[in-house]
Ligand binder design. Structure first.
Ligand SMILES: Nc1ncnc2c1ncn2[C@@H]1O[C@H](COP(=O)(O)OP(=O)(O)OP(=O)(O)O)[C@@H](O)[C@H]1O
Length: 252
């Protein structure tokens, strides 16, 4: 995957955002920034506000207060720029079952001024031999690959994956991880919402922990380990450090 233009510096800046849905406060105070080319993990318990946060980054939701810039623009105000340059993993399950893999990619490619090459993208995500298969006949792992391809179809600078590896078997998760690594190696900034600490350990340069609508931690996996005093060499050390952190936050 080659990049026509590679942005530098901070590409995503989220500063003190809050968001409520009627009487539900989803976000109270979320702050972090992401540098170009980073893979950045967003973790937190169910209902913590992770999806709401990335929807604000993708411009599909507008925060009630606080400030977001993505590639230098306000995503809620400049929808066109963000739509063009930020890939957001679609809920692939929403595609019509009869739509074939290649047809879906060509359909979505038509929305972008400089889309990725469809045959190349099919090879990249390992769906080349399944390109004629209808969406309804794909396995869970193949659907995830298609949703990755759809997020990449516009040749984005930033791509957001929300719980991409959830529900996959170990091999499927490993394959999807390798694919995300290739995306990152191609210079694309990756934002990864996940519940899996091994995804973070293998892929992410830094992570944010969001709990009850607030960022509680932003740093490297090594910094999270150091905070907990866990030994990185112990199996499951990062997961233990994360769980200890969440329990501590709940107790405060
Ligand atoms: N459209 C909506 N209307 C009402 N409440 C919402 C809406 N979207 C999210 N919420 C609420 O906002 C809070 C944060 O939800 P969000 O989906 O951002 O959490 P999450 O961290 O992504 O959770 P999960 O790990 O379970 O996917 C939750 O209490 C959720 O019920």
């Amino acid at each position: 995957m080659t990049r026509a233009r590679v942005p530098a510096g901070t590409v995503v800046s989220v500063s003190g955002i809050a968001k409520a849905f009627r009487n539900v406060t989803a976000l109270e105070d979320v702050t972090f920034s992401i540098d170009a080319g980073e893979a950045f993990g967003i973790l937190g318990p169910n209902g913590a506000g992770k999806t709401t946060t990335v929807e604000c980054v993708a411009g599909t939701l507008r925060p009630d207060s606080g400030r977001i810039t993505v590639l230098g623009v306000d995503p809620a105000a400049d929808r066109a720029t963000v739509r063009e340059r930020v890939g957001y993993q679609l809920q692939a399950a929403a595609l019509p079952p009869a739509l074939r893999v290649e047809e879906a990619l060509r359909l979505f490619a038509a929305f972008y001024p400089a889309p990725a090459d469809v045959p190349e993208l099919l090879r990249t995500v390992g769906l080349d031999e399944h390109r004629k298969r209808p969406f309804g006949k794909l396995s869970g792992g193949q659907k995830q690959r298609l949703s990755i391809a759809l997020a990449l179809i516009g040749n984005p600078d930033v791509v957001v994956f929300d719980e991409l590896t959830t529900g996959l078997d170990p091999q499927g998760r490993r394959d999807v991880r390798q694919l995300i690594q290739r995306v990152k190696d191609g210079g694309i900034t990756v934002v990864l919402v996940t519940h899996y600490l091994d995804d973070v350990e293998r892929l992410c340069d830094r992570l944010a922990i969001i709990d009850a609508g607030r960022t509680r931690f932003v740093g490297t996996p090594a910094e999270l380990l150091a905070l907990s005093g866990r030994n990185a060499a112990e199996p499951g050390a990062l997961e233990d450090a994360y769980l200890a952190f969440i329990e501590q936050t709940a107790a405060d």
